[in-house]
Design a binder for this molecule. Structure first.
Ligand SMILES: [Zn+2]
Length: 152
């Protein structure tokens, strides 16, 4: 199993845990330059009564606190769903080098300029972004399988 596949599979497992707990079905994993998993988190918006507790933000927060730095250059963030505007901005702020996401958003909020490309976040290099990776599996955990046209 490739590293990308293994990490996205873990995101899907975390998304299922979130779903089982009554949270939104999303999971995120961060790996360092060596490919070691250094943080993972699931969505906890409902259980923590915190609308900012998206899987990506949770994983970023855990990692920056444990490392004692806001700089995550060289890291790769995997997430089962397309990062929202809040998470995209946080990802840019930390300088994560690569983002791999699964399911595209059903109602993508893509303002122009987007945080992944907005010059106001230009203190860090743009991350390499790969979307739609293992999308069918990621849609399924959201209850948006291809069999129902992507609608849940
Ligand atoms: Zn988000």
């Amino acid at each position: 199993m490739s590293e990308d596949r293994r990490n996205m599979q873990r995101c899907i497992e975390l998304a299922q845990k979130a779903r089982d707990a009554g949270d939104h079905p999303f999971g995120a994993v961060i790996v360092d330059e060596t490919g070691a998993v250094v943080a993972e988190e699931r969505n906890r918006e409902n259980t923590e009564c915190d609308v900012t507790w998206h899987a990506e933000i949770g994983a970023l927060r855990k990692l920056t606190r444990s490392m004692g730095t806001n700089c995550l250059e060289g890291m790769t963030l995997y997430t089962s769903g397309e990062p929202c505007i809040m998470c995209a901005a946080a990802i840019r702020k930390t300088g994560v080098s690569r983002v791999v996401f699964g399911a595209h958003s059903r109602k993508p909020f893509r303002p122009e300029p987007h945080p992944f490309t907005d010059p106001q976040f230009a203190e860090n290099d743009l991350p390499e972004v790969q979307g739609g990776y293992m999308e069918d599996e990621c849609l399924r955990v959201q209850g948006r399988g291809a069999e129902n046209g992507g609608a849940s």
